[in-house]
Design a protein around this ligand. Structure first.
Ligand SMILES: C[S@@+](CC[C@H](N)C(=O)[O-])C[C@H]1O[C@@H](n2cnc3c(N)ncnc32)[C@H](O)[C@@H]1O
Length: 423
């Protein structure tokens, strides 16, 4: 028989998945399971995320054993159980029993479907080819433009990387001791591959490091902040890049629209014993009296580079709003350049895989701003460690993709470029 705790987590996971079906992200639902014990909340969140990550494969297994398409909620119960058995390795008998019990809680339709769920899952438990089923494809609104940009083989490699998920990457404060067991990555970040509870790792309380994907750590490394420089961090929350800038000794002003998200920057700075001035404002309305030595603009974007960490993203977006985001990025880039002193440098970054939010933004900014120049990541004086030559784009930026570093555990998708304002 399944453990009662397991049942609470499964029920919670089904609730989270239903929320995603209604358009809410898993992150936005973080308070939805408050009434459950903390361990069950964590388990429910993991089950829901893994079920969405592997939905395409689970559907192929289910389709092999059903006579007709199950109702949407019943389909989600089946997917949860298939992923728990075939991906997460839970023993079939417990999972099947729990899924049948969960189905029975779903009203008359659930009562009627319980027998079918039992029969389908008993067969699914012995499904032999799970590992070789093709990964969850991206939805067409995203797949189409990405196939145009990178080609079909790369697209399939990106989808395979999404299926593998993401390890835990840490950025160390200068001089801090790495977490035992963490592996040094070529670009300077540290990676933990196994499951870990962040707040119990050595050095967390002391603020020796913070969680930051290796790709997300590169914009500040490309900016190369120096002690005493006056730097604006635009769109700063939750603050991974603010911490990097402050740890380098820069005098940082961190701007973000969301006071709530800025509170996370404060918490992170406090834990790490670092400081920055925080400004709750729309970047486009913010014009301080003095100009900056350097500006980092981590612009709001489609976040399509982070699907490894957010497998719910393809299900809650449909491509609407991207044109508006692209316009906002253009306006922010122009505004950010106006905050920079003559001869100053700016790093533009987005955690997107869509070239219109990256390469195209920078190519168009170069046309709009005569004298503005890109500084390549491999130029003398920058020479970023760990960068592979084919990551550097035609205009001199860096295109990072989830399928890079396949043997090391991948990286988030990102675009970044360093620009120099004429003197
Ligand atoms: C990609 S996240 C930034 C991540 C952050 N740089 C880090 O490293 O932790 C984008 C941020 O832009 C902020 N944002 C969106 N529109 C904005 C605007 N018009 N002005 C200022 N901040 C904005 C959001 O609140 C969000 O925190």
């Amino acid at each position: 028989m399944a453990k009662p705790g397991g049942d609470l987590a499964r029920k919670g996971a089904l609730q989270l998945i239903q929320g995603v079906r209604e358009g809410r992200s898993l992150g936005d639902q973080s308070g939805a399971l408050r009434s459950l014990p903390v361990a069950d909340q964590a388990r429910a969140a993991r089950l829901a995320a893994e079920t969405l990550r592997h939905q395409g494969r689970a559907d192929q297994v289910i389709e092999a054993f059903v006579n007709r398409k199950p109702a949407p909620q019943i389909a989600d119960v089946l997917r949860l159980a298939v992923v728990e058995m075939l991906e997460l390795g839970a023993p079939g008998h417990g999972v099947v029993g729990a899924a049948v019990d969960l189905t029975r809680t779903l009203g008359a339709r659930g009562q009627a479907a319980a027998g079918m769920v039992n029969a389908v899952l008993r067969k699914a438990a012995a499904f032999p080819d799970w590992a070789t089923l093709p990964p969850q494809p991206l939805p067409e609104w995203l797949r189409g433009p990405l196939v145009d940009a990178y080609g079909d083989p790369v697209m399939r490699a990106i989808e395979a990387a999404h299926q593998r998920g993401a390890p835990l990457d840490l950025t160390l404060k200068p001089g801090a001791t790495p977490v035992p067991g963490a592996e040094a990555l070529p670009t300077g970040s540290w990676r933990l591959s196994g499951p870990a509870q962040v707040s119990t790792l050595p050095g967390f309380e002391a603020g020796d490091w913070w969680v930051q994907d290796a790709a997300a750590a590169l914009p500040v490394r490309l900016l190369a902040p120096a002690a005493g420089e006056v730097i604006a961090d635009l769109c700063a929350a939750p603050g991974g890049k603010t911490l990097q800038l402050a740890a380098a000794g820069a005098r940082v002003t961190a701007v973000d629209l969301s006071p709530q998200r800025l509170r996370r920057v404060t918490e992170n700075l406090t834990r790490c014993g670092l400081s920055a001035e925080l400004v709750p404002s729309d970047v486009l309305d913010w014009r301080p009296a003095t100009l900056f030595d350097a500006v980092l603009l981590d612009a709001p974007c489609s976040a399509t580079g982070t699907i490894r960490r957010h497998p719910d993203l393809p299900f809650i977006r449909d491509g609407h709003g991207i044109a508006e985001l692209i316009e906002l990025q253009t306006a922010m880039l122009d505004h950010a350049l106006s905050l920079l002193r003559p001869g100053g440098r700016l790093v533009y970054a987005t955690c997107s895989l869509i070239p219109d939010e990256g390469e195209v933004q920078v190519a168009e900014a170069l046309e709009r701003h005569p004298g503005l120049a890109v500084e390549r990541p491999d130029m003398p004086g920058i020479a970023l460690p760990g960068i592979e030559p084919d990551w550097i784009t035609e205009e001199g930026g860096l295109r990072l993709r989830p399928d890079f570093w396949p043997g090391l555990g991948g990286m988030d998708g990102f675009y970044l470029a360093r620009l120099r304002k004429p003197v």
